[in-house]
Design a binder for this molecule. Sequence first.
Ligand code: 9MR
Length: 453
Amino acid sequence: MKLTSRSVSPVAIVSTVAAAALGASLMLAANTPANAATTLGAAAAQSGRYFGTAIAAGRMNDSTYIGILNREFDMVTAENEMKMDATEPQQGRFSYGNADRILNHARNQGKRVRGHALAWHSQQPGWMQSMSGSSLRNAMLNHVTQVATYYRGKIYAWDVVNEAFADGSSGARRDSNLQRTGNDWIEAAFRAARAADPGAKLCYNDYNTDDWSHAKTQGVYRMVQDFKARGVPIDCVGFQSHFNAQSPVPSNYQTNLQNFANLGVDVQITELDIEGSGSSQASNYDRVTRACLAVTRCAGITVWGIRDTDSWRAYGTPLLFDGSGNKKAAYNSVLNALNAGGPGPGPTTTTTTNDPIPGGCTASVSLNSWDNGFVATVKVTAGSSALRGWQITTTLSSGTVTSSWNANRSGNSGTVNWTNVDFNGAVGAGQSTEFGFQGTGSGAGLNPSCTAS
Ligand code: 9MR
């Protein structure tokens, strides 16, 4: 209804005056309408993005910590527990206890997980630090393969390689034992990660790459450009975004994210923390959040810890919650910015991503066997939510697969991996689809396992 001047009520006049008088605070109120999301994860989800945090397994018995985690965040990174020294403390002996604790908690809460990190010059186990040449290259690739395979289907995005560029004006690779195995070590790591977990987005992650004018940023940009041109499997670039007075939020931060996105990769803010307090800290957080929202392929933001006291640099009070778990001004500015939203539907997904839902599907097999051969029919059943795609692993204790139908296959003996074809990837909640194969041997013990993708 169009109001005429005669129909304007005294209440309306009062609120118009109030609007003029309150100015900025009313604008703030406009960003937080009654139906605005009240948690970071829900607010980010409105534009198809996530809001995550790093957590430490050692703090998981702290009820304040876990309460904030469960309530606010929908993406989780293990702060240290998936690093090389944690997951392969002795060569060939893998250890996933703390990493699993984090991953299982996240997934049981319906949250997704960023994997951090498969290959890095730092946090290497002692045995690796003293290696070089082809034995180091092989050990690194084996690590990438083993860890990414172990978590196959459960990781939204892996930091495949972390911090491989030098600081300063060179724009060159950082010297390290891994770099000395040959300049192609990074692409080799990405290829190994893709083969091990085709559903995970594969990221290059670094710090001091947030300013477009820095030589280090340019070096990373040229590498990503080259990888895209040559078909090296890379899906995303992580910008750690650790800011303080010496390293402030760059004025070209959004431009920087956009320039990388224009190469055809997602961009992710992976380790955000900003030293400071009060309104200046809040306004820096606001700027970073708005920059992500303004870039369609900025998939989401992860802060590097929950409370200030949880931070690797607690003295800088760089996070969104104080030591008691109270929301800081910085929290409110991030929430308001997320609620104000951004353009577009969020990141365009060009590769299949892993399913955030635990237990997203199951598989069973029926066998029709004869003397030395069999036909197996595998039934794939979606769990409580619909599947966009699926991956099945089967084990042949003897013999080989000789033909198959209605699925893509990799391998034909031992562990054989299967993925949906175009027409049978989408399966409704609780519904089933089938594929089959013929093989030699008995077909005993195929034991299919299903991962939603
Ligand atoms: O926050 C992490 C801290 O607990 C560890 O001691 C440290 C060891 O390297 O790593 C910190 O996390 C780093 C991350 O893995 C990579 N980017 C820089 C982060 C802060 O140092």
